[in-house]
Design a protein around this ligand. Structure first.
Ligand code: BES
Ligand code: MN
Ligand code: MN
Length: 456
């Protein structure tokens, strides 16, 4: 719409500058040293909501980091869109691999480099600015509720409680989330699923103290050797996961469904080249697209123990540790899988070691409908802004709260993300395209417009 384009082009520089301002705040939720910065970021988000035209905005304290909530109610007869996103970010480590400071955003080659630029401050801020565009031009087609949390990257436990305590306040017709990616600018797409997550930490204990690896080596179980064997045994020669019962609830897709999923444009050679690997590796019988979209996984995220300092210390360590994540697909349950893993891990431990499994956060897998008014409105909005119909794709990442929107609030979600897989989220040199940012701001008002029109 012309009024939107006019308002956007008059305010483009400011829209960008304000995002950079937000990116300068190191809102790292996992590290308690940054608690003050997380709070400062919440304050900045709240102020931005008021500035954008919310009638009210507040900071809702939790047992952890605060949730920012704001609303702009236009008319109770109009549909209400609940926008969800997160202002917290992942730790930037390893710092030495960044070309510029993670919290000193720079714009280079059309990209904004900073931690949180794509995940998720840049995408949250598109909604703040889109709200401003609609509010200031008097074109709001829906009521808007904004709920931006500070603990997504650490599992959203407190947001789960917040939902339960605020069912009325959060009443809406749809949840709209921009925290996922598209295939490319040439191939816009909408994610229609997220994987669930089960995350555990394991501790393997051998002898009661570190031992001389010459005096004792060969006679006492080495917990690191044993942990490695145990981890290796959890995949078979076909890269299937060997935990008994692991696949029992995995939904088997029909040939037609699998065919549709593989229609997404994907170039294996480019994929390998981008990652600088000679070959890919995954579960036999599935394509790369299927392996990341509709199949579960088990991956070691970190492993440590023994001596890792300079030089060589001959030691048979007392303990070994690993952090292990499992990505889940419908209809696996995070709780059940964690239990299965624990039982299995304990059962395969040889008598020479003791093992302990500690569960971390989890989340349930979701599939979002494509035959809903909300999905159709999003598809139409993307088509309007990109000049191309979006391709539905199954995403590999997880946003744990999305399953609870349905369970606690009875609300479906539309995943309208504008990131790219190449944005390096959670990695050094995270970036977000300036064009993606402005395309997002352009697309969102159309979603509100079409959702209102199609809801009539
Ligand atoms: N935005 C991501 C999830 C994502 C990324 C979905 C790309 C689809 C495409 C989110 O912030 C995230 O990183 N989630 C975590 C889970 C959380 C419990 C730490 C994840 O997927 O590892
Ligand atoms: Mn995110
Ligand atoms: Mn993330």
């Amino acid at each position: 719409m012309q009024v939107w384009n006019d308002y956007m082009s008059e305010n483009k520089d400011r829209f960008l500058e304000e995002l950079l301002e937000l990116l300068r705040i190191p809102s790292i939720s996992a590290d308690s040293k940054y608690k003050g910065d997380v709070a400062k970021c919440a304050e900045a988000v709240k102020e931005s909501l008021l500035k954008a035209g919310c009638d009210s905005a507040e900071i809702c304290p939790t047992a952890g980091h605060p949730i920012v909530y704001g609303e702009k109610m236009v008319d109770p007869a109009l549909p209400t869109v609940l926008v969800y996103g997160h202002y917290d970010v992942q730790p930037p480590d390893p710092l030495e691999l960044w070309d510029s400071g993670p919290f000193d955003p720079v714009i280079k080659d059309g990209n904004i480099y900073a931690r949180g630029s794509a995940d998720d401050k840049g995408q949250v801020f598109m909604h703040v600015k889109a709200l401003e565009v609609m509010a200031k031009t008097g074109t709001l087609a829906c009521n808007v509720k904004m709920m931006i949390e500070g603990e997504e990257e650490v599992g959203s436990d407190n947001l789960g409680i917040f939902l339960e305590q605020n069912v009325d306040k959060l009443k809406a017709d749809i949840v709209l989330v921009s925290d996922t990616s598209m295939i490319s600018m040439e191939h816009p797409s909408l994610e229609t699923g997220l994987r669930g997550l089960s995350y555990v930490e394991v501790e393997v204990t051998g002898p009661n103290r570190d031992l001389h690896s010459g005096v004792y080596g060969g006679a006492v179980g080495n917990p690191i050797n044993i942990l490695c064997q145990m981890i290796a045994s959890m995949h078979d020669e076909n890269n299937h996961i060997t935990i008994p019962g692991f696949y029992d609830k995995v939904k088997v897709l029909s040939d037609d469904e699998r065919k549709a999923i593989n229609e997404k444009p994907f170039d294996l050679d480019e994929y390998k080249k981008d990652l600088d690997v000679n070959d890919v590796r995954g579960e036999d019988g599935y394509t790369t697209t299927e392996r990341t979209g509709i199949r579960p996984t088990l991956d070691v995220n970190g492993i440590w123990g023994g001596y890792t300092g300079e030089g060589a210390k001959t030691v048979l360590p007392s303990k070994a540790y690993a952090k292990i994540s499992m990505r889940l697909v419908p209809d696996q349950s995070s709780h059940e899988i964690t239990e299965m893993f624990t039982k299995h891990f304990e059962s395969i431990a040889p008598a020479s070691v003791k093992v302990k499994v500690t569960p971390h956060h989890g989340g349930e897998p979701v599939v979002t409908p494509t035959d809903s008014i909300a999905y159709q409105a999003a598809a139409k909005a993307v088509t309007q802004a990109f000049g191309k119909e979006p391709i539905p794709t199954r995403g590999g990442g997880s946003i744990p709260i999305v399953a609870l929107f349905e369970k606690t609030l009875g609300l479906k979600t539309v995943l309208m993300g504008f990131g790219l897989d190449s944005d390096a989220i959670h990695s050094p040199n995270e970036k977000y395209g300036v064009e993606n940012y402005f395309k997002g701001i352009e697309t969102i008002p159309y979603f509100h417009k079409y959702f209102a029109e199609m809801s009539k």
